[in-house]
Design a binder for this molecule. Structure first.
Ligand SMILES: O=C(O)CCC(=O)C(=O)O
Length: 248
């Protein structure tokens, strides 16, 4: 477990809110090619909803030339905008098919899990004390298809944040806390990137549109060592099967 402390960036707006939307950052050609790549990716990390629909695939960044390129572009942008040299920590592509449920309010990485030796571990805090998520829309995100809703970050330590969660092996935020928060929906066009801290409460609604909504969600961490392989290995071995809850 790492010693935690509050980390700020060189971006004043990000430091205040814990998130930052940047418009028109990526070429539409790259986005289109990535969307194509995703349809034929192979990974062991596939998650389905209760209707058997694929809702998430993980461990994908290093699988195609375009996804690797995107990773490098984002690493550079994080360095320029936030003054941080971060490494890829984990990744996922979320699918929200028509009628697909949203997500209840949660942080990312704020949960306890048991490793293969049955030892209790502190979620992402085991790997780093600073994370930035980069959300890259592969389809536009809006009110109708359940864009991400986000609240100002709680820039506190793991031991404080865990008290705001249900503490059930997932990072879900207690309803009593969620009620007091003010969420803002962040609509995104292709080419935009939403950067946000894992300490921002966030949630999303069901997809009420007739088309699928796909997003890439890359997470970067401050760390001397490469945690990417380690994270997915530990995830495979973890005895904790609790995940974020879909709203339906
Ligand atoms: O895909 C969404 O609508 C939200 C996803 C999310 O909050 C998450 O995967 O942590």
């Amino acid at each position: 477990m790492l010693k935690t402390h509050k980390v700020l960036t060189k971006n004043k707006n990000y430091n205040k809110y814990g998130y930052l939307k940047l418009k028109k950052q990526l070429s539409l050609k790259l986005i289109k090619e990535i969307k194509n790549d995703i349809s034929s990716l192979k990974t062991k990390f596939i998650y389905k909803d209760r209707f058997g629909k694929i809702r998430r695939i993980e461990n994908i960044t290093k699988k195609t030339k375009n996804l690797k390129k995107l990773n490098q572009i984002i690493i550079k942008k994080i360095h320029t905008k936030f003054g941080k040299k971060l490494k890829i920590f984990k990744d996922k592509c979320n699918f929200k098919p028509p009628g697909g449920a949203g997500f209840d309010a949660h942080y990312d990485g704020i949960f306890y899990f048991k490793n293969k030796r049955n030892i209790k571990k502190e979620g992402w805090n085991e790997y780093s004390n600073f994370f930035i998520n980069a959300l890259i829309p592969l389809d536009k995100c809006n009110k109708k298809n359940g864009a991400l809703e986000i609240a100002k970050w709680h820039n506190k330590e793991f031991k404080d944040l865990i008290k705001n969660t249900n503490n059930d092996g997932s990072p879900m935020i207690k309803k009593s806390i969620e009620k007091k928060l003010s969420f803002k929906r962040i609509d995104l066009s292709l080419g935009d990137i939403l950067f946000f801290s894992n300490k921002c409460p966030h949630r999303s609604k069901k997809n009420f549109s007739k088309t699928s909504r796909m997003i890439l969600y890359y997470t970067y961490s401050k760390s001397k060592t490469d945690n990417y392989k380690k994270y997915f290995k530990h995830k495979m071995e973890s005895r904790n099967k609790n995940s974020k809850s879909l709203t339906g």
